[in-house]
Each structure stands twice: as structure tokens, then as C-alpha cells.
Write a protein that binds this ligand. Structure first.
Ligand code: M6R
Length: 604
């Protein structure tokens, strides 16, 4: 995610800003920039080291604001990097979050003669602030924010008032660091720790006017608030993990926020419609496709398999799912009414990219579901959807996978509506999707049973995952997670397939994880579980809350909330991620960096 850092004090600001940005590097970013009053804006694409090279010793100001950008609106270019300036070129802004109504704000500014240089929502916000600025920066920020819908953590500074930084927060963190020799502000307390342990967290709707030896906290109504600094006791690494023991756990627990961010501004609930801006241009083609081929690797491939179930079941679109490493070498028999959809977190996976390029050679329509904005696959596809899941640090994909399923659910409704799905049916799905973040957050608020169960299952050398229909690929994803972070040999099968061979493996030392929510194949799954039970294999079931029968057949049960069938695989995935995580921790393994694996596989 983007990172923010600001300083106003007595020392040269540029080196402090650069150091602050370096502490934020772990969050992931693609470009960076600083603003020092009197010296303007310096930006660069790529590592902070690129920015550092551009900072000359004559940049001597003792205050400034800085940003690392993880692209959301527009590719990672210098033009899109922050800080952005108002029309006068003297007021600068850094921003984390998404301004949802940026299009309508932009239109109203264009009418006033305001011009834009970048593709970003952030530039719209600073141009709005600039248009309302009449000498009091806090007033201008406050009045602009009253017109904004969306999320933000911002810092604003005026060239002519280098002694003041205005900060504000709505849904995106801002924390002040109260120092002896000046004050600091960041989106992340870890960036403050080398300077001070005294911090003040802003709440949503709060602003701060920060000077070198004072600060004032106010709300958007202009009322002053009394907030005293608290002392941060954590060290740097634990602050970066926000108190979680590992990035993997933090990223699993981010699922609710990730879904919020993936759906933000994309659901038109009252009309039962989905708006995916990146697909607008190709929507008529999507609705008349003969076939969609989904290509991905690892977890992205399994997300594609769930996507196939969604698209076939609800949109009536025939779908094939191919491994990137296979599709690229296959004889391609696609007709012109076939589109190829690449699913990838990093947007750089070599096999997925090669598959995409081979589809392009045949002149097929190419699409992407990509998390990293501006990545190669995002740039090379004809159209696509960004996940907005934020950077994933742990090697094992968790939150990106969840977000991929959410995009597939939205894509399904988008296409299904073109092909005749009723408004009422779509609305039902979208209402539930909109409510999903709170369902997931509630579910994640009590997971101690999963930890206990993980301890019990951590001693086995093998595991078999089974599921049917939507949950067959979820079984595969669950087994992949277990393999990656625990090194336990795990296999996955569609429940009905066991009897054709693999059931021979089972005995009392070979547990089976059965994903058996109450859906239209529940009875079939129960029969499969009975078959397993007859071979004395220990059974851990993932089942729907309130299912009283499941405890008769399974040794252990993890209950999950019931949601709309198209969304159920999203919920079912979470306990499987947690199970793998807790087993890995129980075995004392490095769950964030498993052996032999790389986060992004950019070689064949
Ligand atoms: O960046 P991508 O989504 O293209 O990566 C694909 C796979 O390499 C990735 O999902 C891998 O399987 C993960 N380690 C799974 O946890």
C-alpha cells in the first residue's frame, strides 16, 4: 500500500524524508516522491534509491512531505507519482486511499478551467483544495474534504508556509510523531520510531495542523480536540506487522478490508449492476463470447477454477481454465470469439505472461485480473480489472486469492446481466457481496478453535483435501497453502473422484480435510466423508454454522457462516489459510518465507 511521511522541524528535511520512505518500503510501492517548500517536487519510478539519486545537496528546507505510491488510478509513472500540485503549483498533496467521486469532482473543476496532468484521483483532490484556498490551508482542506466521498490519509503543504503541514484521515491511517526537535507524521507508526515513540493516532474525520513545536487536532467542523500522545512500545518489525506475528497472518486478517477495497465504487446496488471501468470498452464482446479461457499459475489458477464455476453457473458462459505453464505450449484451437483472461497477483509471472502473448499472436481478446497496477500483464492485456488488494508480502498468497474470487463474482454478475440475469437476482448477490466484509471481519474475530485444531493436525505427514463443485478448487488451494507453509504432503481431489484410486492412500494416519458447506452438493459430500470414515482416516470438516449432522461424521469441525453460494468459496478459504498458517507456526517454520519459493516467479 502507499506510504506517507512528513516532517517539520529544525533539521534538513530531505534526508529525513528519504529515510522515512525507506522504512515504508516493506509495504510495497512502485514510485516515490517528496516535496520540500522552496525546492518543489522530486519524483521517481522504482526503488527509493532512484529518488535518492535525484536529491541534491542544495535542497535545504527543514520541512516537507513524502510518499511511496502503489498505483491504483493510472500506471506507475513519474506523472502519476505523488506529491501532486494545485493549479498555482505551490500547494502539494500526498494521499493514500481512493477518492470515489473523483470523476464528478474533476468534471466540475474542468468547467472552472482547471487542467490535469495525471490519471490520478489525488490530483483531483489537490486541485479542489487549491481552488478553495484563500490563505488558510486547514480551511481549504476541510472544505474540500466535505465534498469528497471515499477514503484518504493526506498531508498538504504550501510552498509559502513551510512551517505548517495539514494532515487529515478518513479510512486510511495517519499518525503524528511528537519529537523533541520537530514533529513527524506518517501513515505507519513504524516510520516514526527512529525519531520518537510518542504518537497520536488520528481518527476518521480528524485533521491535524502540524508545526515544528506544536500541533493542533481538529475535526472537519473546525472544533479543536484534546488528544494526548501515547507511547509506542513495539519495535520496528512488529509495528510493520501491526502486531501480528507474521505477514501471512496479517494478510489473512486483512480479508475484510481487502474485499471492501476490491468492491469499492464498483457495485450499483439499487440497479443490481456492476461497474468495472477497465472492462467497459470490451463489454459487448464479453457478452457474445463463445468461450473464455482463464490462464494462471498456483493460487491464481485455482482462483480461475472457482471463476469458471461462477461464470458457467450464473452467466452461462463456457469457460476453460489452463495452467500458464501448459497453455503457452499447447496447440491453440481457439476461434475469434474466444477471449483469454490472465489471473495474476504480481502481473509478472513468466508462464502467465507467455500464455498471454501467445493468445495475442492469434489476435484473441486478452483480459487481466491483476493486483499490481502497471505490471507487465496489466499493460499488455486489452482490458482488465485491478484487484486493489494492496501489496502481499508473505510468499503464500492469501488476501490476493480472496480478492481474485471477489473480482470473479463481480465479473460474473457483469456478464450475466448482459446475458439476461434479472435485476433481482443480481441485486441479491451484490447485496450479499456488499455485506461480506462485515461477515468476514466478524468471523475473524474468533478463530481460537482453528488454532487448537491446527495443533492436533500438525503431527501428520500427509493430508488430503476434498470438496465438490465450487469447493473442489478450494480444496486444491487449501492443500497448496498447507504444502507451501508446512511442508506436509497434501493432495486435493473432487470428493467424487476419491473412489477411483486415491482412497487407497487413506488410513488412520492420513487425515482428510473435507470442505462441506450446506450447498447443492452437500449430501454428496457427506457420502464422500462416510467413505473416508470407513477407511479410518481422521476427518476435519469445514461446515456451515448450525449443521448439526456434520459432527456425527467428522472428528473435528470448523464452522463458517452461510452466504450466497457464489460467495461461499470466499468464506470457506479463510479457515484453510489459517489452518495452514497455524500448522506452519506449530512446526516452527518460516511461514512468511517458505523454502524454495519466490513471491513472484518471473522465470520459466
Ligand atoms: O503473481 P501470480 O499470482 O501470477 O503468482 C502465481 C503463483 O506463483 C502464486 O499464486 C503461488 O502459487 C503462490 N505461492 C501461492 O501461494
Amino acid at each position: 500500500m502507499c506510504g506517507i511521511f512528513g516532517y517539520v522541524g529544525k533539521k534538513p528535511a530531505a534526508p529525513i524524508l528519504i529515510e522515512g520512505l525507506k522504512t515504508l518500503e516493506y509495504r510495497g510501492y512502485d514510485s516515490a516522491g517528496i516535496f520540500v517548500p522552496g525546492f518543489g517536487v522530486v519524483k521517481s519510478v522504482g526503488p527509493i534509491a532512484n529518488l535518492e539519486k535525484k536529491i541534491t545537496s542544495d535542497i535545504k528546507g527543514d520541512s516537507g512531505i513524502a510518499h511511496t505510491r502503489w498505483a491504483t488510478h493510472g500506471p506507475p509513472t513519474e506523472l502519476n507519482a505523488h506529491p501532486h500540485l494545485d493549479m498555482s503549483g505551490s500547494v502539494a498533496l500526498v494521499h493514500n486511499g481512493i477518492i470515489e467521486n473523483f470523476r464528478e469532482l474533476k468534471e466540475s473543476l474542468v468547467v472552472q478551467g482547471v487542467t490535469f496532468k495525471s490519471d490520478t484521483d489525488t490530483e483531483v483532490l489537490i486541485k479542489l483544495i487549491g481552488s478553495l484556498y484563500a490563505g488558510n490551508l486547514y480551511e481549504a482542506v476541510k472544505n474540500a474534504l466535505k465534498r469528497v466521498r471515499g477514503t484518504y490519509g493526506i498531508l498538504v503543504q504550501d510552498e509559502h508556509r513551510p512551517d505548517v503541514i495539514v494532515a487529515a484521515r478518513m479510512g486510511s491511517p495517519i499518525v503524528l510523531g511528537v519529537g523533541a526537535d520537530g514533529n513527524f507524521v506518517s501513515s505507519d507508526p513504524s516510520a516514526l520510531l527512529t525519531h520518537t515513540k510518542k504518537v497520536i493516532y488520528l481518527n476518521d474525520g480528524e485533521c491535524a495542523v502540524i508545526k515544528k513545536d506544536s500541533y493542533e487536532i481538529l475535526n472537519l467542523a473546525g472544533k479543536k480536540l484534546q488528544k494526548n500522545p501515547e507511547t509506542v512500545e513495539w519495535d520496528l518489525e512488529s509495528v510493520q506487522k501491526q502486531g501480528y506475528e507474521h505477514f501471512m497472518l496479517k494478510e489473512i486478517f486483512e480479508a475484510g478490508e481487502v474485499i471492501e477495497s476490491t468492491i469499492r465504487g464498483r457495485l450499483i446496488l439499487e440497479k443490481g449492476k456492476v461497474r468495472l471501468g477497465g472492462m467497459d470498452a470490451v463489454l459487448p464482446k464479453l457478452a457474445s463470447l463463445n468461450r473464455l479461457v482463464i490462464v494462471g499459475c498456483g493460487s491464481a489458477y485455482y482462483a480461475g477454477q472457482v471463476g469458471r464455476c461462477m461464470l458457467e453457473e450464473y452467466a452461462g458462459l463456457p469457460v476453460e481454465v489452463e495452467l500458464g505453464s501448459e497453455y503457452r505450449y499447447k496447440r491453440n484451437l481457439s476461434d475469434k470469439k474466444t477471449a483469454v483472461l490472465a489471473v495474476t497477483q504480481s502481473g509478472e509471472t513468466a508462464d502467465t505472461l507467455a500464455s498471454l502473448r501467445s493468445a495475442k499472436k492469434l489476435d484473441l481478446l486478452t483480459l487481466g485480473i491483476v493486483n499490481v497496477v502497471g505490471s507487465t500483464i496489466a499493460r499488455e492485456t486489452d482490458a482488465g480489472v485491478y484487484n486493489h488488494a494492496g501489496p502481499e508480502v508473505a510468499v503464500a498468497s492469501t488476501k490476493a486469492f480472496i480478492s481474485q474470487l471477489v473480482v470473479f463474482a463481480m465479473l460474473t454478475v457483469l456478464i450475466a446481466r448482459e446475458k439476461g440475469m434479472s435485476q433481482a437476482e443480481a441485486k441479491k448477490i451484490l447485496d450479499e457481496l456488499n455485506a461480506l466484509p462485515s461477515v468476514i471481519k466478524k468471523y475473524l474475530s474468533d478463530t481460537k478453535d482453528i488454532k487448537k485444531i491446527a495443533k492436533k493436525y500438525s503431527g501428520y505427514k500427509n493430508a488430503m483435501y476434498i470438496g465438490r463443485k465450487f469447493h473442489a478448487p478450494i480444496a486444491s488451494e487449501g492443500s497448496l497453502k498447507l504444502k507451501e507453509v508446512t511442508y506436509i504432503h497434501a493432495e486435493a481431489f473432487a470428493g467424487g473422484e476419491l473412489k477411483h484410486g486415491s482412497i487407497a492412500l487413506l488410513d488412520k494416519d492420513f487425515p482428510v480435510i473435507a470442505i462441506a458447506p450446506k450447498d447443492d452438493v452437500y449430501e454428496k459430500m457427506i457420502s464422500n466423508i462416510e467413505e473416508v470414515k470407513a477407511r479410518s482416516a481422521p476427518i476435519l470438516a469445514i461446515a456451515t454454522e448450525g449443521d448439526s449432522h456434520i459432527t456425527d461424521v467428522a472428528d473435528d469441525v470448523i464452522f463458517i457462516p452461510k452466504v450466497h453460494p457464489i460467495l461461499q468459496p470466499i468464506v470457506s478459504t479463510i479457515p484453510l489459510q489459517l489452518l495452514a498458517y497455524y500448522v506452519g507456526v506449530e512446526k516452527g517454520l518460516n511461514v512468511d518465507r517458505p523454502r524454495n519459493l519466490a513471491k513472484s516467479v518471473t522465470v520459466e
